[in-house]
Design a protein. Sequence first.
Length: 166
Amino acid sequence: MNATLRADARRNLDRLLEAASECFAERGVDASVDEIARRAGIGHGTVFRRFPTKEALLSAVVLDQVRGLTAVAEAASAADDPGAAFEEFFRHAAETYAENRALIEGLGSCVEREEVASLTAAVQRLVRRAQQAGAVRRDVTVEDVLELVPAASRHPHVILDGLRSA
């Protein structure tokens, strides 16, 4: 985001992104721009001046979530216990997906973005460390983990049991 925004424009943008995050989390891609603008307390036109399409707004919200997951994965990669760190990240990611329909529905449109590549790299490091510690099966790939996280939102312990080394 542009750091040189006027204070009032920054406040509007922050309210817009917060409202969009809430609406997309609740309704997924079906959330309307009108509802988002109303919840943010701004005009419909203000949304489109900042984001030319609803998809661009959705991408901004999803990429913010991706950056958050990346930060958690990076912190977990530095933890003393790689197995516990992997499980903590996995549970956090599953909970994040469970609370946010937009992340599931909107991530596909962002897969080519740098933020998604950063998340993949951070999770790869986390998986490798857990594998080296004997906590995660050797045949598990980062793609497996990232595909399983959304499915694990209701029962992460079941998926984690399948990922553990025997």
